[in-house]
Design a protein around this ligand. Structure first.
Ligand code: SF4
Length: 337
């Protein structure tokens, strides 16, 4: 671990969905930290559990899913012990969330100014309407939303503007962490790039932490300070953005980065395709969940789950290639610190 200040500690967090075919282990004993003032990218294929993870951090998992274990420690308190009232205060005031489609979060019959007033008054009932608007005014302008847009309804705004309103609603309450779940996915590339720039500016100006959940590897490379790679409900690797992209360690991360389309690819060259399919999480593979697809798999991989542990400063990987074990027959790869 590094000596940065930790904002949120996630420890052994598990989420299971009940299905007709049995329990689906969508998030499996996941542990990681989110530091104060950082942008952490959480990437992985569809269905790897990254969105479930984002919702779990706010205890927003709905039936048939439920959190089956673990701790979420924020400001020294485990929010898993919070009652409904404490959770309502936590959501919004401490952590806010932006979804792919902001229309699911914005009330279609409320104007932007009414959303702002409501967001503030829910947490601070004594704040007057005009004071709430005054407080939100400069913030909304910093987000590139003109004053006249405060009187608009969500359907009168562009997709990018709706997302910026959502970011503003989080910041107006001084949230410490914004979880952005595929927040740029529905935007065209130019608007996406603009929103990404604004998220970076906001992070720098307000010192807020951002957890950016996406399947867009290029966005993560552009925006994040650190990256966590998720596979089949587990974290495979966590590292600062440059070392992760320059020299990925986990075989899944290597495959993921190799699978990115490259315009320099010659006509006769084929785009790399990872072997196999993501596993069925009603019956996840034993040991390392990646072993049926892994080109480096060893006998131990099928039998024993590897730990997610530090192999160099700030660099964690969940793979037997980098750790010793009495049952391991192959040599361990050493990573330079
Ligand atoms: Fe591959 Fe084994 Fe590492 Fe899993 S633990 S990623 S199967 S080498």
């Amino acid at each position: 671990m590094t000596d940065k200040d930790v904002l949120m500690q996630i420890r052994d967090l598990s989420v299971t969905y009940n299905s007709r075919l049995g329990p689906v282990s969508a998030v499996d004993k996941v542990s990681f930290d989110i530091f104060k003032g950082e942008i952490l990218g959480l990437v992985g294929e569809s269905g790897c559990g990254k969105s479930t993870m984002g919702k779990a951090l706010m205890r927003m998992i709905e039936p048939p899913g439920h959190i089956t274990g673990g701790q979420i420690i924020f400001d020294g308190e485990d929010i898993m012990t919070y009652d409904q009232k404490q959770m309502r205060d936590f959501r919004g005031r401490k952590v806010s969330m932006i979804f792919q489609d902001p229309m699911t979060s914005l009330n279609p019959v409320q104007r932007v100014d009414e959303h702002v007033i409501e967001a503030i008054q829910v947490h601070e009932p004594k704040t007057k309407k005009e004071d709430a608007l005054e407080r939100a005014g400069s913030l909304i302008r910093k987000l590139g939303i003109q004053k006249r847009r405060m009187n608009s309804y969500p359907h009168q705004l562009s997709g990018g503007m709706r997302q910026r309103v959502m970011v503003g609603l989080g910041l107006v309450l001084n949230a410490d962490l914004i979880v952005a779940d595929e927040a740029t996915t529905s935007l065209d590339v130019i608007v996406e790039a603009k929103l990404a720039d604004q998220l970076r500016d906001i992070q720098e100006e307000f010192g807020v932490s951002l957890l950016v959940i996406t399947h867009n590897i290029a966005l993560v490379a552009e925006l994040s300070d650190r990256v966590a790679v998720m596979y089949a409900g587990s974290i495979a690797e966590i590292a600062d953005v440059e070392p992760l992209f320059d020299a990925p360690l986990h075989p899944y991360t290597k495959g993921l980065l190799q699978s990115i389309p490259n315009i320099k690819l010659e006509d006769e060259e084929e785009l790399y395709k990872m072997a196999g399919e993501p596993p069925n999480l009603t019956h996840p593979p034993s040991g390392c969940r990646y072993h049926p697809r892994c080109p480096y798999a060893m006998p131990i991989c099928e039998k024993i789950e590897p730990p997610l542990d530090e192999v160099a400063s700030g660099r964690l990987v969940k793979c037997w290639l980098y750790f010793d074990h009495p049952e391991k027959e192959e040599p361990t790869i050493k990573v330079a610190s």
